[in-house]
Design a binder for this molecule. Sequence first.
Ligand code: FE2
Ligand code: FE2
Length: 269
Amino acid sequence: MRIVQLSDIHTGTTLFRPDFLEAAIEETNALAPDLVAVAGDLTTSGYRWEFEEAKGYLDRIECENVVVIMGNHDAKNVGYVHFEDFFGPRMRSMIVPTREHGEAKVVALDSSKPDLAEGEIGREHYAWIDSEFRGWDRGPKILVVHHHILAVPGTGRDRNNLRDSGDIMAILRELQVDMVLAGHRHVPYVWSVSGVRIIHSGTVSSMRVRGMIEPSYNVIEFGTDKVEVTLRQPGGGQEPLARFSRQATTTSEIYPELSRFVRYDETSG
Ligand SMILES: [Fe+2]
Ligand SMILES: [Fe+2]
């Protein structure tokens, strides 16, 4: 299964680089991925014209399965109403046909809170996530969410991660979710914790960069034996970012039931 993961487009200011986004989309089309995951922050301030501009570019992606989610910037100025107009529901589940695995289950949701930089999945969504992933054995299980669950190095002081990251990690471990695709920090990095691989993409088309990290996006080859993540600079070079085995290798077990730590609210969906 080939996935292109891009995020943090950030239209709306002079820091936006349309040439990078155009190059990334051209390269994506040449790669013919099974899935394109756009992990939030399409805009800078959540204005309608910023969404319109982002949509104009994303419409050029030639892929049957494109999933787009909100980021915290898109939630500024009540931007979620525009997001829904252009991109539809802010949470969704898809079954994506793949080359090697049959089908992948992709669950994507909005972790933003209006006008806050930090994010939250929210207890009201736990049961839905569980019902989507539990028992799925037809291929990879992939969650797409904007905020980082684990801290990303090289990003300075961490003040705006997913506020319920502990609960979410326990749920993802319980459900044996293969991968989380996230953005937000503008620094590409991969963690593998208790069998859950958390893959962060950088900013694809913005000069809102940190330190020496340049704009980039990720290409993920999810094979039958191994998973390889390649970092690509739009219109530029590429380098390996991470590699891990297809089957989760975890060196730890946790014995108490999940419900000892996390209870689901009944309201969900
Ligand atoms: Fe961002
Ligand atoms: Fe963000």
